[in-house]
Design a protein around this ligand. Sequence first.
Ligand SMILES: Cc1cc2nc3c(=O)[nH]c(=O)nc-3n(C[C@H](O)[C@H](O)[C@H](O)COP(=O)(O)OP(=O)(O)OC[C@H]3O[C@@H](n4cnc5c(N)ncnc54)[C@H](O)[C@@H]3O)c2cc1C
Length: 405
Amino acid sequence: MRRNTCVIAGGGPAGAMLALLMARAGVEVTLLEKHRDFLRDFRGDTIHPSTLQILDELGLAEEFHRLPHRKTHRMEIHTDDTTVPVADLRRLRSKYRYIAFVPQWEFLDLLTTAAGRYPNFRLLMEAEVLGVIREGDVVRGVRYRDPSGEHELRAALTVAADGRHSDVRRAAGLVPVEHSAPMDVVWFRLPREPADPGETFLRISNGHMMVAINRESYWQLAYLIPKGGFETLRARGIEALREPVAGLLPFLGERAGLLRDFEEVSVLSVALNRLRRWHRPGLLVIGDAAHAMSPVFGVGINLAVQDAVAAANLLAGPLAAGAEIPESLLARVQRRRVPPTAVTQFAQRVVQSRLIRPALSERARPVRLPRDISRLPLIGFLARRFVGLGILPEHVSSPVKSHQV
Ligand SMILES: Cc1cc2nc3c(=O)[nH]c(=O)nc-3n(C[C@H](O)[C@H](O)[C@H](O)COP(=O)(O)OP(=O)(O)OC[C@H]3O[C@@H](n4cnc5c(N)ncnc54)[C@H](O)[C@@H]3O)c2cc1C
């Protein structure tokens, strides 16, 4: 049995970023990820200016920009009769004025490779956290299973960054408050050709919505369906998916025939929830484990990263110095992160109920939007600020104590 100062369950954006910051501060840190690699498709892959700024502060911006990526400077909605720019990031006051679309596994590889340059960092893949170790009321680490069997890992601080279905959160008896979401998302891909549109955009038409993400050689497509509607869609056969592709995106009409069956399709159940309490003595919950985000605005990765930065800013110094972490310090992380999370989720709920629910309803009417929302001064400012930087963006102030090997 090993002693660690910090053990993190979950190698998503929150866990990987926190592990890097802890390692950099000289904390003995172990990151446990239940999958064998980060190579999972169908996860969000938008890196917004706020996260690019954090990578810059960590000296990783150059390395990041060497990854295969595509820059998007503005977000557009395509309706039946017009194209509406919603957020023009070129007018943002920031060093980075675009969203970088990067396959999420590349981003996670970048963070864990950077963490691996510190001798006090350990990454355990295929390590599934099963529960927490308790001493009285205090969480003192985790129990996990890897291919060699079951193990215990003790730590001064345990962090649950294991996503929306968090096992650690459940083991600690924390239950989030659920808010309804009107949709689920069906993900699939189709080949892209040079003459296709270049931008990533949202297409809305009567009763249908599709996000088309340009990944150079192919389109990553997200078809929004009413909540719980996947089984009905599947029962109608693959034609039920080909039809809206051809109807919404005529340039993909013929290629829609390449979709052969639902084996090539993933469905993601959209959840929107938040814990009332993000901590227990010895345990902190961050990222989607503390607050599952709707895909609206595509900011879940960025909020997860911001949680990690806020947690490291407050906790890495004391942990590196070997101090006990009082629960009041964990409560400060929550206090710092609740306002941006709550405001973002409120805005997501407004978009879900005002735009998505009516657009997906059977009696949907043609969507009418002002021609150029981004040029209405206040809305334009709020949209680019909200999407680009978010509310109360974090900056790295955790110490650098460890030397890279
Ligand atoms: C359909 C959909 C589309 C989205 N699109 C976007 C987008 O374009 N941009 C965006 O910013 N956000 C998007 N999001 C939201 C975004 O994916 C999440 O908000 C973000 O990934 C949260 O990061 P996280 O690190 O908290 O959790 P996760 O990314 O969920 O990572 C959790 C990690 O923990 C691991 N894990 C789980 N249980 C255990 C265990 N017991 N032991 C060990 N490891 C475990 C998982 O394998 C996973 O790697 C989308 C969400 C949905 C549902």
